[in-house]
Design a protein around this ligand. Sequence first.
Ligand code: PMP
Length: 286
Amino acid sequence: MIYLNGDFMPIEEARIPVLDRGFIFGDGVYEVIPVYSRRPFRLAEHLRRLQHSLDGIRIKNPHSDAEWSGLLEQLIAANEGDDQYLYLHITRGVAKRDHAFPKGVAPTVFIMSNPLLTPPKELLATGVAAITASDNRWLRCDIKAISLLPNILLRQMAVDVGAVETVLLRDGFMTEGAASNIFVVKDGALLAPPKNHLMLPGITYDVVLELAAAHDIPYEVREISEYEVRTAQELLLTSSTKEIMPITRLDGKPVGDGIPGEMFTQLYQLYQNYKITVMRGNTPAP
Ligand code: PMP
């Protein structure tokens, strides 16, 4: 079951007019929210980021947080599986094709749920391969825009050589992955790039830094040079659907020892424990 503009229906019945600005221009924003044991994870934070994205492209939020929460609850209940991921998609609506904003047009709101398939243990045991590429996206990467062409092309570069992610470098510094945030481990400390307009402020990124702070793991939020990426002891990738994964090969060379490191093992465990706490219904600080 999906939700589209006020109605719940099977996805096969969902229809969008071809003049929807999402279809014509990629004029919209989205969110992805993981659901564990039928509870949305970090819902308030995801809704806050959605508001930031909507503000960034000047679409009025069609729903209050309470309304979003109610819609998501209904959609979770209408779909199978305790672990799901919710995809929320808002476009500027349907209008005659013209770049300028249409007047008096209601946004299109689409929500779907899919099974959440977190990375299998075997993959976490070996880690994954990534490549690097020049970050050629626009300068508002903090907006979770549905127009993902650059991210798609960058991610496909990795897939073409049998890797899973592309680590992006801009002006000699690391920004993020094509669809993830990236952390570097150097001298036993976790390094994270500062949140700014060049990267998506990841919800998982925040959880990882909170966990580091709460468990006395040394960490620093600062610009990370290409050299530090290439000489990292460990590289970690985070996202709502992939959680935390070790990158053990970069551009065909081993990262550190070429196997998942201590920082990954510790943070992965802390993340799983934190998830369990949240699933039990209390969400204290990590
Ligand atoms: N950066 C980009 C470009 C992404 O697409 C994503 C999400 N897939 C992330 C970072 C990670 O964000 P989150 O932890 O909120 O999923």
